[in-house]
Design a protein around this ligand. Structure first.
Ligand code: CO
Length: 140
């Protein structure tokens, strides 16, 4: 049921500085506008690559869930991998049936792409925080 890698999440203390790395070091040219997702406590900016995206995330507000990550990784770093799935509820139920911990309430919320997402705890995923995202309608 695993689908394509939609994006790789990278936490950073400064989206502007992170954008400069992808632009100047790697030659990225398709760089979106930074936007806020206050309910998730993050600023987000997508850098497009030929086959995927890098999702740059910077803390928004005091209660941002990535403050603790940045405390451990002051320069920022790889934060999560997002795979597409055809049906987010089926994917959540499957994860739970296999004993995995779905973060938060477990109810999917709307992510930065406007489709429902969940996060699965890294302890169940070989140490990697995994985001599952319903494949956007009409994509691919
Ligand atoms: Co993400």
């Amino acid at each position: 049921m695993i689908g394509r890698i939609n994006h790789i999440g990278v936490a950073t203390p400064s989206i502007e500085k992170a954008v400069a790395v992808y632009r100047d070091m790697l030659g990225a040219t398709k760089i979106g506008e930074k936007f806020a997702m206050p309910e998730q406590g993050v600023w987000v900016c997508f850098v497009d690559t030929p086959n995927s995206q890098i999702e740059l995330i910077e803390p928004y507000g005091e209660k941002s869930p990535i403050h603790s990550f940045l405390a451990k990784n002051p320069q920022g770093g790889q934060h999560h991998i997002c795979f597409e799935v055809p049906d987010i509820i089926a994917a959540r139920d499957d994860m739970r049936a296999k004993g995995a911990t779905v973060l938060g309430t477990g109810e999917p919320r709307i992510g930065a792409h406007g489709v429902p997402i969940i996060f699965v705890h890294p302890k169940d995923m070989g140490g990697v925080l995994v985001e599952l995202m319903e494949t956007p309608k009409g994509a691919h």
